[in-house]
Design a binder for this molecule. Sequence first.
Ligand code: NAP
Length: 481
Amino acid sequence: MARIVIIGAGFGGIAAAAALVRAGFDDLVLLEKGDRIGGVWRDNTYPGCGCDIPAPLYSYSFAPNPQWSRRFPPRREILGYLQDFAERWGLLPRVRLNAQVTGAAWDDAAGRWRVSTADGGEVVADVLIPAVGQLGNPVVPVLKGAQRFEGPAVHTARWPEDLTVDGLNVGVIGTGASAIQLVPAIAGRAGRVTVFQRTPPWTLPKPDRRYSHLRERLYTRFPGLSRVPRWGVWGMTWVAGRAVTGHRVAGALLKGMSNAQRRLQVPDPALRARVTPVEPMGCKRVLFTNAWYPALRRPDVGLVTAPIEAVTPNGVLTSDGVEHRCDVLVYATGFDAVDFLVPVRIRGRDGKELSDVWRDGAFAYLGMSVPGFPNLFLMYGPNTNTGNSSVIYFHEAQARHIVQAVRLVAAGGAPLEVRRERSDSYDAEIQRRLATSVWTGCRSWYRTATGRIVTNWPGMAAEYRRRTRRLRPADYGRSLE
Ligand code: NAP
C-alpha cells in the first residue's frame, strides 16, 4: 500500500484523490493551503466570475450534475459542485485545510518524499502529487506610482469580500477572460468604469442558456441522458480545437463568427476599430461573451487605449497626458503560469532542485513526470493546458494515468522515475509541434520570457487522453509486469 500526498484541493487534486480512492488507495491526504477546497473557484470571487467552458464538459464525466442552472454557470455553482462531489466521495475528511506546503524533498535512502508545511510539520509519502494548478499566482504589473494610489487596488483573483463598487469610479486594467466577465457585471452599478486596454481580445458569441426545471427532473431521473449535452459541447470544443491547431476551414468559421459579432454589437466604426483584434486569433484565449461589447458601448463605461504611463494618487495617467480618475483600481492582469509550483520548493534525487531543472522552462513527460523526481506525478503540469477544451477532461486523463503509476509503486521495486531519453524525446516532439503553433504569435501567459510555450498541449484533447490512457512501464525503466 502506498501513502500518497496530494498538494492542493482544487479540481485537479480532487480528481486525483477520487480516482485513487476508487482504485483502493486509501492512505491519502490532500494538503490544502486555503481554508476551504476549490482552487481557482474559491479564489476568484470578482463580480461576474463564471465558467467559460459549458458545464456539461466542465465537470467530471462520471459525476454529471443535473442541477446546473445554465450552460455557463456562475462560479458559486461550480464551487458548490466540487464541494458536493468531494463530500459524496468521502474526500473531505482526507483534506487538511490551512496546510501550506513549503517544500518537499526526496529521501533516497528511505525511498520516500518528505513534505514540509508552513507550520513546521512534515508528512512522509511514497507518492507525491502536486496539484497546484497553473493559475494560482496573480500578477500585478509594476506601474510607476502604483503605491501612491489612495483607493483600494485589487487583483481580480483577490477580490475583497467586503468590496462593493456601487457608485464608484472603477478603473479596470486588462481585457482578458477575467476583465470581460467583470466589466459587464459592474457596469451600471459602478458610477463609471474605465477600461484600460493594451491588446483587444478575440471574442465569440457565448451560446449560454438557462436550463429548465423539466430538464433537471429528466436528467435526475435518467442520468445517462447527460451524455447528450456533453457530446454536444465536445463537438463545439472539437471545432475550436481544430481551429487553433491549424485547420483552415474551422479557423475561418470561428473568425467569421467573431467578426460578425463585432460588426453586429459595435455599430460605431471608431469604437469597432479600437476593439478589433490585431493578434492572430487563438494565440491568446478566445473569449466567449455576449456582454463585453454592449458594456463598452454604455455611456458610463470608457475604453482607454492609450498606454498607461503611471498610477497617480487619484487614478491612472495615460501617455496622452490624460488622468483618468478612479476610486478603485482593479488589476485584471492575469497570472504567472510559467513558474510551475512556485513557491513550493521541490528537491529530487541528489538534492536536485526542480526550479533549477526547469530553469529554461518547465517540462514533464506527458505533463506528469520529470526525470530525477521519482514517485512524483503532476496534475495539470507543463504543456497540459487547453485553450479550447475543458481542463477537467485533462485532469481525468492524468488521474487515470497516475492510478496506474501508483499501482506500480505499490507493487514494489525501484521508485518510478521516467527515463531521461523518453522525457527528452517527448519534450522535443511537443516543442517542435508548438514551434509552428498559433501561440507563437503573441506574448501571453502560455510563454516564458524567452518565448518557450510551457503551459499548452499542442494537439487535440482526445490525443492527450489517448496517449495517457495506458502507462507504459518501459517509459519508467520497468519491464512489462
Ligand atoms: P489574462 O488573460 O492574462 O489577461 C490579462 C490582461 O491584462 C490582458 O489583457 C493583458 O494585456 C493585460 N495586462 C497585463 N499587464 C498589463 C499592463 N502592464 N498594462 C496593461 N495591461 C496589462 O488574464 P485573465 O483575464 O485573468 O485570464 C487568465 C486565464 O484565466 C484565462 O486565459 C483563462 O484560462 C482563465 N480564466 C478563466 C475564466 C473562466 O471563465 N473559466 C475566467 C477568468 C479567467 P495584453 O493582452 O496586452 O498582455
